[in-house]
Design a protein around this ligand. Structure first.
Ligand SMILES: Cc1cc2nc3c(=O)[nH]c(=O)nc-3n(C[C@H](O)[C@H](O)[C@H](O)COP(=O)(O)OP(=O)(O)OC[C@H]3O[C@@H](n4cnc5c(N)ncnc54)[C@H](O)[C@@H]3O)c2cc1C
Length: 414
């Protein structure tokens, strides 16, 4: 007879690794199946190679970050919270540091050190790992799940945890095969779209400011004059449009609107904490006090010179003249450039460039207390394959760890 396991975990990203560790810790005979020749390829890319593996925020803020799916995640987060994740890694010798907006990174600044801990735990828990093992089909017979690669039934398991990730950055292995497997077992799929994806803007002048990062701006996206998303935070201009934490966080809502063929406009306020009236007063004072200075020298104390030059071209104000020569209309043009830049959003980068997938297995088809399928008993889900994603900041890897932990523990019982 084929080899039989208590639990087979498919996919060795953060969700699958944590699920396998927990299932084995609870006494199950576990196999971890990974199609790549190594673990966690996506983890290595995460957080710019530094892996922002959780966030130090409150439980309520955590739930909020997942929007409509937040409540689904409540039980998983309560059994394995962000603080539990930090302690888990600390106990295994990985120190972490809290950075801006509560983002938690390893002190080593190496995503590889998160992976090293997972690898060590899998070894300690004697989880059997099969690499280059691309699961193509799963069939439920009377007693077991039969797992197939290349048309051959290779092994059997009493329980299965599907942790094959989303559909973006396919080169890392997450290419959506898990969704096909779930579909073949009668699960519905919420059509996957990219979340956390850079936006393409129509205005060509954006190329002139590429690479410039602004720490605190306000973005408002509107479609048919209705506000669809807004927020304050950091952005970076690229050669095609904008990226950076705030633009990425709002991109999912924008992408959904674009899909409905709506025209989306973006309103950028570079200085959300200073009103137009305050700017007017400030500039009048500055231009009076420093009347013999060039306008560009004064404005470059607020923005990078390249940005000032580009805005002067787009909004038609003179930066080469002396401050005392600037008239009211030119001053108002500067204020418009600071507070009211309007862009047209042309689209997003291709699906594969999304840092997270929106969509996947609908949460209503999964028991949130166990991560077990409500359609197929003994079948579990963990990680990004579930339709439950959040903004950037370490929330998505935490989701993978929490759901993986809960699925692993639940699957090893009974
Ligand atoms: C560039 C980038 C940066 C990111 N940075 C961060 C960050 O700093 N913080 C954060 O919280 N999130 C970040 N994310 C998101 C985060 O990496 C994912 O949400 C997380 O990795 C999901 O974990 P997972 O285990 O569910 O899936 P994955 O990590 O995608 O792992 C799934 C695994 O399943 C395997 N697999 C797939 N199909 C099969 C099959 N048929 N048979 C066998 N194995 C299979 C894949 O090879 C893969 O190893 C980032 C994502 C990207 C792309």
């Amino acid at each position: 007879m084929d080899k039989v396991y208590d639990v087979a975990v498919i996919g060795a990203g953060p969700a699958g690794c944590m699920a396998a560790i927990q299932a084995s810790k609870s006494g199950a005979k576990v196999v971890l199946l990974e199609k790549n020749k190594e673990l966690g390829k996506k983890i290595l890319l995460s957080g710019g190679g530094r892996c922002n593996f959780t966030n130090n925020t409150s439980p309520e803020e955590f739930i909020e970050r997942f929007g409509k799916a937040g409540n689904f995640l409540r039980p998983a987060l309560s059994v394995f919270s962000n603080q539990d994740v930090i302690s888990f890694f600390k106990d295994k010798g990985l120190k972490s540091r809290i950075e801006k907006d509560g983002r938690v990174f390893p002190v080593s600044n190496r995503a590889g050190s998160v992976l090293d801990v997972l690898r060590r735990c899998l070894r300690q828990e004697t989880v059997e790992i099969f690499y280059n093992f691309r699961v193509q089909r799963i069939i439920r017979d009377e007693n077991y799940f039969c797992i197939y690669i290349k048309g051959q039934n290779i092994l059997k398991a009493k329980k299965v945890i599907l942790a094959t990730g989303g559909v973006t950055y396919r080169a890392t292995g997450s290419s959506g095969e898990g969704l096909d497997i779930a579909k073949s077992l009668r699960h519905q799929i919420v059509e996957p779209t990219a979340g956390l994806i850079p936006l393409i803007l129509k205005e060509n002048w954006i190329k002139k400011v590429q690479g410039i990062a602004l720490d605190r701006v306000k973005l408002i996206f509107r479609a048919k004059n209705k506000k669809i998303a807004s927020g304050i935070g950091g952005i970076i201009f690229t050669h095609f449009g904008i990226s950076g934490p705030l633009a990425l966080d709002l991109s999912g809502l924008v992408a959904a609107e674009l899909k409905k063929q709506q025209q989306v406009s973006l309103f950028l306020d570079i200085f959300p904490d200073i009103s137009e009236q305050e700017w007017d007063k400030k500039l009048i004072g500055l231009f009076k006090d420093r009347g013999s200075s060039r306008v560009k020298n004064i404005l470059s104390s607020f923005l990078p010179l390249r940005m000032v030059d580009t805005l002067s071209m787009v909004f038609g104000f003179d930066t080469a003249c002396r401050a005392s020569q600037l008239d009211r209309l030119q001053r108002l043009a500067i204020i418009r450039a600071f507070k009211k830049i309007v862009f047209t959003v042309k689209g997003t980068l291709p699906l594969d460039e999304g840092m997270v997938t929106q969509g996947g297995i609908p949460t209503r088809e999964i028991n949130p207390k166990t991560m077990e399928s409500r359609i197929i008993p003994g079948f579990y889900f963990a990680g990004e394959i579930i339709d439950c994603s959040a903004s950037s900041g370490g929330y998505n890897i935490q989701q993978a760890f929490s759901t993986g932990f809960l699925a692993g523990r639940s699957a090893s019982y009974g």
